[in-house]
Design a protein around this ligand. Structure first.
Ligand SMILES: Nc1ncnc2c1ncn2[C@@H]1O[C@H](COP(=O)(O)OP(=O)(O)OP(=O)(O)O)[C@@H](O)[C@H]1O
Length: 292
């Protein structure tokens, strides 16, 4: 087709976004060099593409990209200070970032306040510090009722019944609805935390060092519970940890962060058998996590 006008104007939402000779404006454009081309698998549950984050002027995450497939346990590992918790906070909208986070193919807004209610429900964080995460003045029942009433919109009788179901789901007795956080063990508090995240019926859980404050036995029980929830509820779990022994036992795939960058990623068995980066080798060496 031969252009017949001297100038083309492109309007978007009533504003001129481009104008000029047809040959320039209508020519197919190359993607900008800074764009991150990411191929996302069809069964992707959560994807990060080129995520960058700062604290003030200090960059702590640089172009972090990965994909967690549906029902997968994807571990994010790295040394202390490598940016794991910051990444967890970016994923759930608690820390500002550049780049794209996609949930089941839909880009999510960068701040929790701007996210759709569905995105806020679908993507839940279980934080490391179960003491700080729970209000000491609230009973377990009150902590569970809030998301059930406000995010799920359940009336009180159904919300109360569902609170009991959630406690059963995390293997706690129904009578715990009347307990307060101070009267719970660390493992029990972390289960309440998990039950509260489950109250939203999420599709993806981001678990930030959820076992680091627990003894080995209680931590294993928590990881076994997460595996059970993946199987029974079809959840995808992003497991943030510094412990490669945990990764070896529970994760399908792993992303290794160092100094805010992804230095290695892939299926757990392959990465641990032949770690390609010095940081991964050091983590494997520290925990003796290499598979048989
Ligand atoms: N609130 C903050 N203000 C300024 N810098 C911060 C803040 N929180 C974290 N940082 C810095 O950002 C970097 C990444 O921290 P982050 O907590 O994300 O790492 P991490 O891998 O989770 O570490 P750890 O395993 O020790 O918990 C670190 O250098 C840390 O000092």
């Amino acid at each position: 087709m031969r252009p017949v006008s001297d100038e083309v104007v492109i309007l978007e939402a009533g504003r001129t976004v481009a104008s000029g000779p047809p040959a320039r404006i209508l020519a197919p454009r190359r993607p900008p060099k800074t764009a991150t081309a990411v191929r996302v698998p069809v069964d992707a549950a959560l994807s990060a593409a080129g995520v960058c984050a700062t604290y003030g002027r200090r960059t702590v995450l640089t172009a972090v990209s990965f994909t967690a497939r549906e029902r997968e346990c994807l571990a994010v590992v790295g040394p202390s200070g490598s940016g794991k918790s910051t990444l967890a906070r970016c994923l759930v909208g608690l820390h500002p970032y550049r780049g794209t986070v996609t949930l089941h193919g839909q880009p999510v807004a960068r701040a929790t306040g701007d996210r759709t209610a569905a995105h806020r429900r679908d993507l839940q964080l279980v934080a490391q510090d179960s003491v700080a995460a729970l209000n000491p003045r609230e009973t377990v029942g009150q902590a569970l009722l809030r998301p059930l009433r406000h995010l799920r919109g359940l009336p009180v009788p159904q919300a109360s019944a569902e609170a009991t179901n959630l406690l059963a789901r995390v293997h706690l007795p129904a009578g715990y609805v009347d307990r307060r956080p101070a009267s719970l063990s660390g493992g029990e508090r972390q289960r309440v935390n998990l039950a509260r995240a489950l109250a939203c019926r999420p599709r993806v859980l981001v678990c930030d060092e959820v076992t680091s404050a627990l003894d080995v036995h209680t931590g294993e029980a928590m990881l076994a519970l997460l595996a059970e929830l993946r199987r029974d509820l079809g959840l995808t779990v992003v497991l943030i940890t510094h412990d490669l022994a945990t990764v070896a036992r529970w994760a399908d795939a792993v992303v290794v962060l160092d100094n805010g960058r992804v230095v290695e990623s892939g299926p757990t068995a392959a990465v641990l058998r032949a770690p390609g980066h010095a940081v991964t080798r050091a983590l494997v060496g520290a925990t003796g996590a290499a598979p048989d």
